[in-house]
Design a protein around this ligand. Structure first.
Ligand code: FES
Length: 148
């Protein structure tokens, strides 16, 4: 199996069985994201304690890419500080939008599976939707965030 197949398998797996696909009843942070290109929406819930993400989850409806991206994101964020989560957002944004990004892909673990999305400009917003929503949740934005 080559790397491309493996990455494909990760995306298929996380779309079929999304991790942390649930509501957190007493979340300390929450934000809604919206992709106006397709109308898909998702909500991110976070339980933050002393600046550390103790729990994070999502709900909503989206395509395979947006669901897999959100699932992988929640898996990766648990135990991270707010600053580490913000740094991860920056890295993922670069990875998904810049051909000459300076991101060390090896450090991203399974999130590296999303790198191939960059070659499909119409799908990039599917992958970044959850990340923009995460950023809004961490910044305690009042308005729903969009990918535009
Ligand atoms: Fe809507 Fe991908 S088509 S998020």
């Amino acid at each position: 199996m080559d790397l491309k197949d493996l990455y494909q398998d990760i995306i298929v797996d996380h779309n079929r069985s999304p991790r942390n696909f649930r509501r957190i009843d007493h979340a300390t942070r929450m934000a809604q994201g919206y992709n106006p290109l397709c109308g898909d929406k998702l909500v991110i819930y976070i339980t933050l304690a002393d600046g550390v993400i103790e729990d994070v989850s999502f709900q909503g409806e989206g395509c395979a890419i947006s669901t897999a991206s959100a699932s992988l994101m929640t898996e990766m964020l648990k135990g991270k500080t707010e600053a580490e989560a913000a740094a991860l957002f920056d890295n993922m944004h670069q990875l998904l939008t810049e051909d000459n990004h300076g991101v060390d892909v090896a450090e991203l673990g399974k999130l590296a599976a999303l790198e191939g999305v960059r070659a499909y400009p119409t799908r990039v917003k599917c992958a970044t939707l959850c990340w923009h929503t995460l950023q809004a949740a961490l910044e305690e934005a009042d308005e729903p965030v969009t990918t535009e």
